[in-house]
Design a protein around this ligand. Structure first.
Ligand code: LLP
Length: 421
């Protein structure tokens, strides 16, 4: 069920969007607490009876308010950097609910994560495994680790967010992982007892998940038969959401978990999941006002006060986001190129999009912006980061103040003190 069917456009969780933007300005990210809660609950319900932990992929929305909300609902974190570790810990997420993924963990990041006592590392290369062994030994501790398997499965998603093919930089082949386990006893400071797989993001069909999990499950059975205990299997993230109403058909969480249960039948260890987009994507919208309309020789442009620096997905992946007026608008339809003020042709949210004719000042909603929206924002063109707000049961809480110019340039300074390195 998409947001459109649960919430009228003019308000979200009982908060008037017009009143909210009158107070807080635009562009403005708004996250519906009830929608996030509903997603967490649907996943938790599907996992009923299993020893499972949901670790929210922090990269999808790293706002501390959102992370704190995850923590309140028993959700841990999947991190990919020391910065994300810091955010997760600051938000109150206990280290024992944090897993660390990514191909480029540095030795110092590993050390910080070990010091914090995180649950486990998802290891993606042999060099990383040896580095983890060295760092853990120096610290006098044992790192818990899982091998990230690259199952060579096509996730049937956008090439830039597909991660499970052999040609991708992520994970290692089952053949290589087999060699790691065979020499597992040489690792005095790494406890290699887990498997991890993540084939890509915005996956809209169950087939690729099934295929990847079946490969991992066959490998887990092989390892156990050889006497290697496997204490956790991390099925990654990737569940897609609806960006285009009437077009995208996300898989149901319960059906997805049924596939996991089926593939891992008999597994008695802990199941980890790393959803990002599924938990927050549809819960978030980006509110923006029309600055002006422009009638070019060939096209009508709708120029918004939001731009590619606020929401990079359309510019980066040609991603579709539904865009709708917030107030009822019964004007005849016009076909627009919907653009931002940034000085790049790529700063386009939509091309040839039909909307009821808009006028300067109209409030629009860019939908499904809760994941990889604010977390990928920049200040390009010296546009301060947008404010972010959570809404719940008729009230709102600002979780990020609109950035001031002073904050935007914090740390920059004139080249006055010249030193030699
Ligand atoms: N686990 C790992 C190891 C990941 O690399 C990712 C996402 C996730 C979990 C969460 O995936 P999700 O459940 O959100 O699909 N910026 C892109 C998406 C990049 C995803 C990167 N990895 C976008 O805007 O579509």
């Amino acid at each position: 069920m998409t947001l459109a069917t649960v919430a009228p456009r003019a308000s979200l969780d009982g908060v008037s969007l017009d009143a909210l933007t009158a107070r807080l300005g635009t562009p403005l990210y708004v996250y519906s607490a009830s929608a996030i809660r509903e997603r967490i609950r649907s996943l938790q319900a599907a996992l009923h009876g299993m020893d499972a932990l949901i670790c929210f992929a922090v990269k999808a929305n790293s706002n501390r308010g959102v992370l704190g909300f995850m923590h309140e609902h028993g959700v841990g974190a999947d991190i990919v950097s020391a910065g994300e570790l810091w955010r997760a810990l600051q938000a109150g997420i206990p280290a024992e609910r944090i897993v660390f993924s990514g191909v480029g963990k540095s030795a110092s990041e590993m050390d910080e994560a070990l010091a914090a006592g995180i649950l486990r590392f998802n290891v993606e290369s042999h060099d990383e495994l040896l580095t983890l062994q060295r760092v853990a030994r120096a610290r006098g501790t044992v790192a818990r680790a899982a091998v990230r398997i690259n199952p060579d499965v096509d996730a049937l998603t956008h090439a830039k967010i597909s991660t499970g093919k052999a040609e991708n930089k992520f994970g290692v082949s089952i053949d290589e992982a087999r060699r790691w386990f065979a020499s597992r006893h040489e690792l005095s400071h790494v406890q290699l007892d887990g498997l991890h797989v993540h084939i890509g993001s915005q996956v809209l069909s169950l087939g690729p998940f099934r295929e990847a999990l079946q490969r991992v499950a066959a490998f887990w059975r092989e390892l156990v038969a050889q006497g290697h205990p496997i204490h956790s299997i991390d099925a990654g993230g990737g569940l897609g959401v609806c960006y285009r109403e009437g077009h995208d058909q996300p898989v149901d969480a319960a059906d997805y978990i049924a596939i996991v249960r089926e593939a891992l039948a008999g597994f008695e260890g802990r199941l980890l999941l790393e959803p990002g987009r599924y938990l927050v994507g549809e819960a978030g919208v980006l509110l923006t006002r029309v600055i002006r309309t422009k009638h070019g020789d060939q096209r009508n442009f709708l120029v918004l006060d939001a731009a590619m620096n606020d929401l990079a997905r359309p510019a980066l992946y040609d991603a579709w986001h539904d865009i709708v007026p917030v107030a009822e608008n019964t004007h005849p339809m016009t076909t627009y190129d919907i653009v931002g003020p940034v000085c790049e042709t790529g700063d386009t949210f939509a091309r040839n999009r039909a909307l009821p004719t808009c006028a300067p000042g109209d409030l629009l909603m860019i939908r499904t912006a809760g994941a990889y929206g604010a977390s990928m924002a920049s200040t390009y063109n010296s546009r301060p980061l947008a404010a972010e707000v959570m809404v719940d049961a008729g009230r709102y809480a600002v979780v990020r103040q609109r950035q001031r110019f002073e904050d935007m340039v914090a740390g920059e300074q004139p080249a006055k003190h010249w030193e030699t390195a």
